[in-house]
Design a protein around this ligand. Sequence first.
Ligand code: NDP
Length: 366
Amino acid sequence: MKSRRDFLLELGGSAFSLPILSSLTSNDADATIADKQLKVVLVGLGSYAERVATAMKDCKKAKLVGGVTGTPSKIDTWSSKFGVDKANFYSYKDFEKLKDNPDVDAVYITLPNSMHHEYVIRAAKMGKHVICEKPMSVSVKQAEEMIAACKKAGVKLYIGYRMHFEPYTRELIRMRKAGELGKIMHVNAYFGFKSGDPNQWRLKKALAGGGALMDVGIYCINAARYATGEEPVWISAEEAKTDPVKFKEVDETITWQMGFPSGVIASCATTYNFNNFERLYVVGDKGFVELSPAYGYGPIKGRTHKGEMSWDTSKMHQTWQMDGLADCILNGKPDPNVTGEEGLKDMKIIDAIYKSIAAGGKKIML
Ligand code: NDP
């Protein structure tokens, strides 16, 4: 006989459906998992790290135990705000001291993009599991080296693709897998915002690697892949640059197409220069899902051919994410589609998009 857990896994296709329906599962054997907690150190205590730390206050299976920072004045605040022992804060120079701290199972890299490569590899060498923010790197080569280093060290590498843990997104994936949308015919994905401070690292190529595409366009790339369940075989792209001064070093607005083996084309766009730009629309021959907003911190909203969607929005995405990843690392649950290999697939697509732009919109085969 199938257990309720089996049933839920079939519904959502992975262990990560469970948080969506958490009220149904409170008596399941999973309750015992709370005995174990994944002890995590955040590396780079900026605004996203602060969001993750806040979300982790509600985690059952993951716990924030420390931080790595180049700004010593943050230690007092972080320690009192998040209840973290001051002894568990390190400088970047002292990063390797984490190796001898048995209270640390995993490090979560929340540094500017171009620093991910170095810190993932240094963490892997210490034998710590690694969670790394998106984009995982600033080049395909770097991504491959990061995966190889984690493999060699026998540690997990996950990318911070939080949407894979978010209920509306999970429902979209479930519906697509269950055939409720029929054959997928088209995907439309866009995400962007108007960037502020012209001096921020996000506009500097050396730290960011690229502009809107690397930062938020990557959500659309990832979404086109989970909306179709396919990997693209070609890319074509163009850039619109309306402010060449502010966006001197990085891309401003990019539109691109991703062609899939089934013949489906995803039409995508991203920007750093205007707001109100956030949607994922997946159309099949039997139905559709439209999420808008689709990638921000929420609440995500959506509708399908059956009507308005209504899913649990009570938790921060990162709470689900960190509990979900803890389950994989501590309890051997199957990896969701957020591994280093998944990050590498997105990096190859980003690379092809930039190549297409450089070649005047030419179709690039993958
Ligand atoms: P912030 O600028 O807010 O924070 C980055 C932190 O990195 C800084 O506060 C600083 O922390 C540290 N740092 C070390 N060296 C540098 C440097 N040379 N320049 C700037 N900062 C430095 O960035 P975010 O938190 O917004 O982004 C960090 C990462 O998280 C990025 O990769 C981004 O793409 C990703 N991100 C992911 C999101 C998601 O939803 N998954 C959302 C937002 C960001 P300290 O002072 O402690 O050393």
